[in-house]
Design a protein around this ligand. Structure first.
Ligand SMILES: [Zn+2]
Length: 133
């Protein structure tokens, strides 16, 4: 994802992105968000919803350890320090966002987009971006 979008998310959700500038020996988050700009709104929505969930439990904390594109959809890994119940809710939000990424264009955020195989690669693209990229 474009540097300025990446930086803005880290700035808006500093606790969730606490690993963003840690060394690669510690976390895959050092690579930043490894997906197209089109999924920024999905990631931002996910961050907002997880922040709200964390605020509902005293001392609960979570940090992303990796956010990337894999086989054409979004994959999110998170380290959680919270109750099992809250952890389940957070994983539920992540599952939903990952699933929805298969219908949102990774390049321009347009919907509907389709997950398609192209020469051994999988990508989720809208009809317009499929023509031009
Ligand atoms: Zn598109």
């Amino acid at each position: 994802m474009r540097d300025e979008l990446d930086k803005a998310l880290v700035k808006d959700f500093p606790d969730l992105f606490a690993q963003r500038y840690m060394p690669m020996s510690t976390t895959c988050m050092c690579w930043g968000m490894e997906h197209g700009d089109g999924w920024e709104p999905l990631v931002r929505e996910m961050c907002g919803r997880i922040s709200l969930l964390l605020a509902s439990e005293l001392g609960a904390r979570a940090e992303f350890s990796q956010i990337k594109e894999k086989y054409g959809t979004l994959r999110v890994y998170i380290d959680c320090w919270c109750s099992a119940k809250l952890n389940e809710k957070i994983e539920g939000v992540i599952d939903e966002i990952e699933e929805r990424s298969a219908e949102v264009c990774e390049v321009c955020s347009a919907t509907p987009a389709k997950l398609k195989a192209r020469g051994g690669w999988y990508r989720t693209l809208c009809p317009q971006c499929e023509k031009t990229s």
